[in-house]
Each structure stands twice: as C-alpha cells, then as structure tokens.
Design a protein around this ligand. Structure first.
Ligand SMILES: Cc1ncc(COP(=O)(O)O)c(C=O)c1O
Length: 403
C-alpha cells in the first residue's frame, strides 16, 4: 500500500469528512498509509529505511532477462483478462507440488496487479452492505478500508505481544448472523508469526459451523523459517472450497514494484472475483507475466530456497542485535522483525519511530497503528524490515545497538 499522509505524525487516521471541494469522503478515517509516511520521512531525513517492506537488491538475473526478452519481442499488448495461460499453468503446478491441491488454471486462478488488487477483488466479491468481516489485529492496512467501501463492518480481534496468537474463543464470540468473511494472514505482517495446525482446526470448525468465507493473505508463503511448514488453505479441501488464497510475486522474486500477484479460488468464487477484477484493472502487465511464467516453470528452486535465503538475513540481524537493549524474539516468517524497547524507553511507538528517524537516522514502523483498539498504544514494539543487503543490516544494527 502506498501511504501518503502529509502529516508529520504517523497515523492511519485522517480527520476530515469532506475534501476541500466538499466531496463526502467514503473513507473519512483513512489518510496516507504509514509505509508512505515513514519512507518519505526516511528520505527527507537521510535515514536508513528499514520501515517499508521492499528489498534493496534486485530480482534474480534470469527473471530480469526473461522479462526483458518479452518486452523487446513484441509482448506488449493486452493479455487475457484472467492472466496469460502459461503463468496460470505454472502456478497450478506449484500449488499442486507444494500443497497437494489441484486448481484448474482456467477456472480457479486469476493473475492480479499485486496481492493488493486480489485482496480488493475478493472482499468486493463477498461483502454485501452490513456484512461483518473478522480481521486479526495488528492487521495489514488494506483490509478494513475495502470492507468499508462495500458497506461492510470490520470486527477486529486483537493479538497481543509477545506471542500474537489468535484467541479463537474471542473469534467465536464475535460471530453473528451477519458475519460473512474471515481474513487470515500467515506468515503474518507485521508480527512475523506463523499459524500452526491448531489455528487451522479452529478456523475449520467455525467455517463449517457458520458457513463463512475466508480470504487467506499468503503473500509471504515462501518466507518461513526454522523448518516450519506454511499452512496454506490450499492444503485443506474443506476450507479451500470457501476460500480465496492470495499470493504476490513481488515478495517471492524481490520485485515489489512490478505489482503482480494472483488469487487461487474454487471456480464459483473465481467467477465472481473475475467480475470485479475485469473492471478494476481488467488485466496486468504482459511482458512481466510471460517472464514470470518462464521463471516459475524453470526455476522452482528459487521459491523453495527463499526461506533459507531470508533466514540467513534474519539470523544475521538478530545476532548483530544481541548487544542491544531491544527485546528480540526471532521472526518465524516474513521479512519483518519486531523489536521490543520497553527496557529503555516508555515512549509511544509512534513517537519513538519518528524520533529514531529524525535523530538516530533509522526508520521503522510503529506496530500500534495496525490495531483498532487504543489499548495497543501501551505496546512498546517497532517493526524493522530485514529484506536488505547484509551491509545495510550491519549499518542498521550498529545504530540500534548504540541506542
Ligand atoms: C500482508 C500483506 N498483504 C498484501 C500485500 C500486498 O502485496 P502486493 O505488493 O503484491 O500488492 C502486502 C505488501 O506489503 C502485505 O504485507
């Protein structure tokens, strides 16, 4: 998401209901996303930017070569609305090999303009006015605004530090006859936690009992550590029947700027998903889709080795922070590391994130803004991104150890 709030205070909330032209805002609570705010501030202050989640290294050379090939060989007009066949087929093979599911590339897989577009289309396909949607806070910031745009109501279940586990009794208590959708996210941004089999069993019980739909945000599916297995909803036929499973090539191939993702969902759900997709973007970048199709087919080792690649970076970052005053519980997945600072500061995380950017020249993301519940202000945790060159991580850790 692009944050754009022109405020100097990191917040996802804006105050005015109306624009200067008197336009009634559909999202009066929404300002510029925190990622945009902190990245802009980092640039302004000349700070090391460990806030927004993008690598400071390039995608695999063989992938760049394939995209360049298609770009210069006439693959520059509209591709099919649902995405090119070769890419949908390569995704079907990957999903079959990894998760044992057998999605039909023609009816169950749609290429989108990033995971973000897939999240939008899935929510828009399911949520009717006054429907309720359950999300787990700290929640990725695109979910709730899209629910609001459909006239739906977001119900937040808070997960608290240090474990950030879902309280399933609380989820069950929140379910009403209007509950339509649960949005899951594992591996989880911003906490770096990973769901276990227990979570799947609890979800499965509720989905079956109340006939809910699930939107599974799995954009970090391959970035998982210490031998843990990603519990993709594609693995469970009863859950998959009711699910939209979203992933992002930006995360997997270090190419966040290309904005290509996809959604795997059963044919009946995909049919509705595509009705929205065709009027949001219609389709996505042709040469990049062709390049991705070749690379995914010819280089499965890339996504299979991605967890190991990022685990080395996580280990390096955590090891370098051993002498610091931060509390470090190594992330289980994603390329984010939470650092607790209650041992040396009682500042709000929003204040500390600003101060560190301005004074220590290092940018991070305050975690409390991903909660609806104001009680999260008492958590003393910042999120740092470690999808960076080792030298950048060394520089970051040196600053943090000096605090
Ligand atoms: C949890 C989560 N979901 C979705 C997205 C969006 O993915 P994309 O950049 O492919 O739109 C992100 C990107 O940061 C994310 O962290």
């Amino acid at each position: 998401m692009a944050d754009s709030q022109a405020s100097s205070q990191p917040s996802s909330k804006a105050s005015s209901q109306q624009s200067e032209q008197g336009l009634q805002s559909k999202l009066p609570e929404v300002g510029t996303t925190i990622f945009t705010v902190m990245s802009a501030l980092a640039a302004e202050e000349g700070a090391l930017n460990l806030s927004q989640g993008f690598p400071d290294f390039d995608g695999p050379p063989a992938l760049l070569e394939r995209v360049q090939y298609y770009l210069t060989h006439g693959y520059n007009q509209y591709p099919p609305m649902m995405g090119i066949a070769a890419l949908r087929e390569a995704i079907a093979v990957k999903v079959r090999n990894l998760y044992g599911a057998d999605p039909d590339p023609d009816t169950d897989i749609t290429i989108t303009s990033g995971g973000t577009e897939a999240l939008f289309c899935a929510i828009a396909a399911v949520v009717q006015p006054d429907d309720e949607v359950i999300v787990f806070d700290p929640a990725y910031d695109s979910y709730a605004p899209v629910v609001t745009l459909q006239g739906g109501i977001t119900r937040h279940v808070a997960m608290s530090p240090p474990a950030y586990r879902v309280d399933w009794d609380r989820v069950a208590d929140l379910i009403t006859p209007r509950t339509r959708l649960i949005i899951t996210n594992t591996p989880h941004n911003p906490t770096g936690t990973v769901w276990a089999q227990d979570d799947i069993e609890a979800l499965r019980t509720l989905v079956a009992k109340y006939g809910l739909y699930v939107l599974a945000d799995e954009v970090y599916e391959h970035i998982i550590f210490d031998g843990l297995e990603h519990v993709s909803l594609c693995r469970y036929p009863d859950l998959f029947e009711r699910s939209f499973v979203v992933s992002s090539f930006g995360k997997t191939y270090h190419t966040t700027g290309w904005k290509i993702g996809y959604c795997v969902a059963p044919a009946a759900l995909t049919k509705e998903f595509r009705k929205i997709h065709q009027f949001v973007t219609f389709t996505s970048n042709t040469p990049v889709q062709h390049g991705l199709a070749d690379f995914l087919r010819d280089h499965p080792e890339h996504h299979l080795e991605l967890g190991g690649f990022y685990q080395q970076k996580r280990d390096l970052f955590c090891r370098l922070l051993e002498g610091s005053r931060f509390d470090v519980a190594p992330s289980a997945g994603t390329y984010f590391q939470l650092l607790g600072y209650e041992r040396f500061s009682d500042e709000l995380d929003t204040d500390l994130a600003l101060r560190l950017t301005r004074e220590a020249k290092i940018a991070s993301i305050p975690v409390s803004i991903f909660y609806e519940d104001a009680a999260a202000e008492r958590y003393r945790v910042l999120r740092f991104c470690f999808c960076k060159d080792d030298e950048t991580l060394r520089q970051g850790a040196e600053i943090l150890c000096g605090l």
